[in-house]
Write a protein that binds this ligand. Structure first.
Ligand code: UAG
Ligand code: ATP
Ligand code: API
Ligand code: MG
Length: 489
């Protein structure tokens, strides 16, 4: 694409040199990956500043620089107010607005995003639509999977991935949209057909200064809904009527709203809810009719996830019978309430609960069906919201009979300090121990379990690493749990 054509996507900019008829061969944000004819976009990061690498980019053959500062270079420099936003606009144009060519569903909220996207994947697969998924676990195109760094990729990766999906005939894309992504403009210029909100509770207060700030970031998905390029498509906002944050989301969206809930009157509701040890049943009440659902997913929080997915499916013209078939055939999501081995005298569950609210939900669910003691193995991530540490520790001991506090990705923090911050906040004398090494903690918990006990290993779910310092060491809670179970025999 000619550079003049590409630059039409960022109308207000200044150039330091007259631009030739240069053909842009690609866009790059990492100077080390720049190739001949690429334009290099300088991003101010959290660790370093892309503006420091302009010379590297030049040496690697960059054709032009997009900068938000006055810089000197031997190639044209295009100055914009905000390079993050410019990147999103340029990438959307370079990849020819792929979000206009698929039905794009964005899911945001503190908990349940991954679960809702996989419920939707199942629903659209049952309805014989080719799907793509972008989220915490991986990126998926049909059945092909690709590793990811972030829950929501940066704008460049996102537009590239969406184009690949269009090329591979994907019709419905289900993607998680994190608050970081919304705040950093990773999804500007992306045209969502449906925006879904799960819930809001405390997380990420390291990044967002207050809960209001965090909500404001999440609300961008709703205020941006339908403000993009293709004006022809119907769009919907799907919101949780039982969550206070929904009031703001309804205000900021200009699109029709479909509500779901169990407590307050909503368009899509669950009635006669029964939460059992092996699954959940309820009557799904919707504007297009009512239908009984018998799901293998456990916990009240999963009723909410199923309602969010069902509301979204209804907005996408999927029949109730297909919704039922999909919800009932869903076995679960990797690392979410995953029972490690069936047929044991005790139960071992691996779950991705890494926020106070999710930990409480999952422990509440276990408490409802457990016959005996509950053991919990849990930690808190390093370089992340410190205020959730004492909250999670208190929740762990108030539901479990015994807690093992252990490492969960200490990253660049001193691992022991994180655990100290957890236990220092404990409000009552209680039964717990601190075991720094996660494998040792899992072994000890599993070795103590007796008939009818439940061991919950929380926080890492599907993750296959333990990050200590800057190094990710291979670690899978499910594999370690299996080894611990075997070592008892
Ligand atoms: C805080 C944050 O969002 N960081 C993201 C950011 O990294 P960074 O700010 O550290 O980038 P940096 O290293 O300072 O580099 C700045 C710029 O200089 C460039 N550079 C750097 C070196 C060089 O030699 N040449 C060069 O050009 C880099 O390519 C970059 O463009 O940009 C990277 C590339 O896009 C991201 O992978 C990285 O996410 C890190 C891994 C991260 O942990 N992010 C978390 C907090 C996050 O975003 N999480 C949310 C999910 C949260 C949830 O809902 O639970 C997510 O969406 O994943
Ligand atoms: N609707 C919900 N409400 C509260 N807790 C939930 C809900 N759904 C799932 N959980 C809990 O949160 C954990 C994470 O679920 P999930 O991965 O679906 O959320 P997520 O929003 O994608 O998280 P992340 O922000 O890490 O991407 C689950 O393992 C479960 O313990
Ligand atoms: N998306 C979340 C995942 C947290 C998972 C937990 N295992 C941790 O490392 O804190 C984050 O990056 O904050
Ligand atoms: Mg997720």
């Amino acid at each position: 694409m000619k550079i003049q054509e590409l630059l039409k996507s960022i109308p207000f900019h200044q150039t330091t040199a007259l631009l030739s008829d240069t053909v842009v061969t690609g866009i790059e944000v990492d100077s080390r990956l720049v190739r001949d004819g690429n334009i290099f976009v300088c991003i101010e990061g959290f660790t370093t500043d892309g503006h420091n690498y302009i010379q590297d980019a030049e040496l690697n053959g960059a054709a032009a620089i997009i900068s938000q500062k006055k810089v000197t270079a031997n190639i044209p420099v295009i100055i914009v107010n905000d390079t993050n936003r410019a990147l999103a606009m340029l990438a959307s144009k370079f990849y020819q607005y792929p979000s206009n060519e698929v039905t794009l569903i964005g899911v945001t909220g503190t908990n349940g995003k991954t679960t809702v996207t996989y419920l939707l994947e199942r629903i659209f697969q049952i309805a014989k639509k080719k799907t793509g998924v972008i989220g915490t676990i991986q990126m998926k195109i049909g059945e092909d999977t690709y590793p990811v760094e972030n829950t929501t990729p940066n704008a460049l990766e996102l537009q590239k991935s969406l184009r690949k999906m269009v090329d591979e005939k994907v019709e419905h894309v289900l993607m998680e949209v994190s608050s970081h992504a919304l705040d950093l403009g990773r999804v500007y210029g992306t045209d969502y057909d449906i925006a879904v909100f799960t819930n809001l509770s405390q997380d990420h207060l390291d990044y967002h200064s207050t809960l209001e700030d965090y909500l404001q970031a999440k609300s961008l998905l709703f205020s941006q809904l339908g403000n993009s390029y293709n004006k022809g498509k119907p769009r919907y906002a799907i919101v949780n009527q039982d969550d206070k944050a929904t009031t703001l989301l309804k205000k900021v969206t200009a699109q029709p709203v479909l509500t779901y809930g169990c407590k307050n009157k909503a368009d899509v509701e669950a009635k006669n809810i029964h939460i059992g040890a092996s699954g959940t049943s309820f009557l799904l009440v919707t504007p297009i009719g009512d239908i009984d659902i018998n799901s293998k997913l456990r916990g009240m929080f999963n009723v909410y996830n199923m309602l969010a997915a069902a509301a979204c499916a209804i907005a996408s013209n999927i029949s109730l019978s297909n919704i039922k078939l999909a919800l009932e055939s869903m076995e679960g999501v990797s690392g979410r309430f995953e029972v490690v081995e069936e047929e044991l005298p005790y139960t071992v569950i691996v779950d991705y609960a890494h926020t106070p609210d999710s930990l409480e939900n999952v422990l509440q669910t276990i408490k409802e069906f457990s016959e005996n003691k509950i053991y919990v193995v849990v930690g808190c991530g390093g370089d992340r919201d410190r205020t959730k540490r004492p909250l999670m520790a208190n929740i762990a001991v108030s539901y479990a009979d015994y807690a093992f506090f252990t490492s969960d990705n200490p990253r660049t923090e001193e691992p022991y300090r994180i655990l100290e911050e957890m236990v220092d906040g404990l409000k009552k004398q209680t039964a717990y121990e601190v075991i720094l090494d996660r494998k040792e903690a899992i072994y000890k918990a599993i070795h103590q379990a007796e008939q009818g006990d439940v061991v919950l290993i929380a926080g890492k779910g599907h993750e296959t690493y333990q990050q200590i310092g800057l190094t990710k060491h291979y670690f899978d809670d499910r594999e370690v749990a299996k080894q611990a179970i075997k070592s008892r025999e």
